[in-house]
Design a protein around this ligand. Structure first.
Ligand code: NAD
Length: 303
């Protein structure tokens, strides 16, 4: 089996690489333009014969014929910068994915595409926990760009035999979520930011009143969902929520990490709550998250 991971040097891409190296015997090619990712994230696999890294833009990919599966993760996944650097975000979040779809059409070969989507497309949802049929309500250019790819996949599937699975991630945490070299660091996952500030002896800065709630999902559980989606025997052509199926307020998260925290202005464009209904992924993908955020935080704050 030969597979491609785009965005392999990023937070989730590098964890997916770890997972596939450990749980499969696949040949893995990873591409990344290192715009926000880091080669250090994939350094441990540098000499592994099963892994090839290519420093490349997704838009420079000429063919995908050699691959059986394509995991598309490359993106600029930050809500706040997507309001300012709009063209850059359209290129990263929309054009990259469209290019890969076009290459498949040109090749007339359709390896399964596992697309990393986002729960940001639900905005502040009306229904809690939120199922996949929740109305889309994008609060940011980022959310809209992530949704556009989903819609393109649906439309392209009406004309071509494309084979895809969209995984709508809720709020991922885990190793390498905070990359000091990433210019958008200030807007990365709150778990990584809080742990980094704690490590540096700084107080935690909570946006708004901290009452906003998030469904935190460990990155290894996300990687497992990618693996299961890629090997499912049926053509699925649908979207799955990938969250923990629970929710935690930011102030409660902060208290788990440190007793030194204060409050700063709320950020617009961010949901009040995320809370995944994961019944569909449990039923069809036979996926179940196993990690607990309390255990991760305990390990990170005591080691
Ligand atoms: N982290 C989250 O909170 C979150 C939540 C929901 C969905 N997602 C989705 O998961 C995916 C991975 O996110 P992440 O947190 O690992 O982000 P990340 O920024 O850590 O990784 C993204 C990687 O893509 C690379 N990249 C960007 N543009 C590229 C291009 N044109 N060509 C090649 N490589 C390119 C970057 O260098 C980076 O290594 C994204 O699609 C994101 O939208 C992330």
């Amino acid at each position: 089996m030969k597979v491609l991971i785009t965005g392999v040097a990023g937070f989730i891409g590098s964890n997916l690489l770890d997972y596939l190296i450990e749980h499969t015997d696949w040949q893995i090619t990873g591409i990344d333009n290192l715009s926000t990712g880091s080669e250090a994230n994939i350094a441990e696999h540098k000499n592994n014969k099963r892994f090839t890294f290519v420093n490349q833009n997704c838009t420079d990919v000429k063919t995908l014929k050699e691959f059986d599966k394509v995991f598309h993760l490359a993106a600029l996944p930050r809500i706040q910068p997507s309001f300012e650097l709009i063209t850059e975000h359209i290129t990263a979040n929309l054009v990259n994915g469209i290019h890969l779809i076009e290459v498949m059409i040109r090749d007339n070969k359709f390896p399964r595409l596992i697309y990393s989507g986002s729960s940001a497309i639900y905005g502040t949802p009306e229904h809690i926990p939120t199922a996949e049929n929740e109305p889309v309500s994008c609060l940011s250019p980022y959310a809209f760009q992530k949704y556009e790819i989903e819609k393109y996949l649906e439309l392209i599937a009406t004309r071509y035999p494309i084979d895809y699975v969209t995984l709508r991630y809720f709020n991922p945490y885990g190793p390498r979520s905070f990359n000091p070299a990433n210019k958008f660091n200030a807007y990365s996952s709150v778990v990584g930011i809080f742990l980094n500030r704690k490590k540096n002896g700084q107080e935690l800065l909570i946006t708004g009143d901290g009452g906003q709630k998030r469904d935190f999902i460990h990155v290894s559980d996300l990687a497992k969902a990618n693996h299961l989606a890629s090997v499912h025997p049926d053509k699925l052509n649908t979207a799955f929520n990938i969250g923990n199926g629970s929710t935690l307020s930011i102030v409660d998260l902060a208290k788990m990490i440190s007793d030194k925290y204060s409050f700063i202005a709320k950020r617009e464009g961010e949901a009040d709550i995320t809370f995944a209904d994961i019944t569909k992924a449990k039923t069809i993908l036979k996926w179940l998250p196993v990690y607990k955020i309390e255990d991760y935080i305990k390990k990170e704050t005591t080691s």
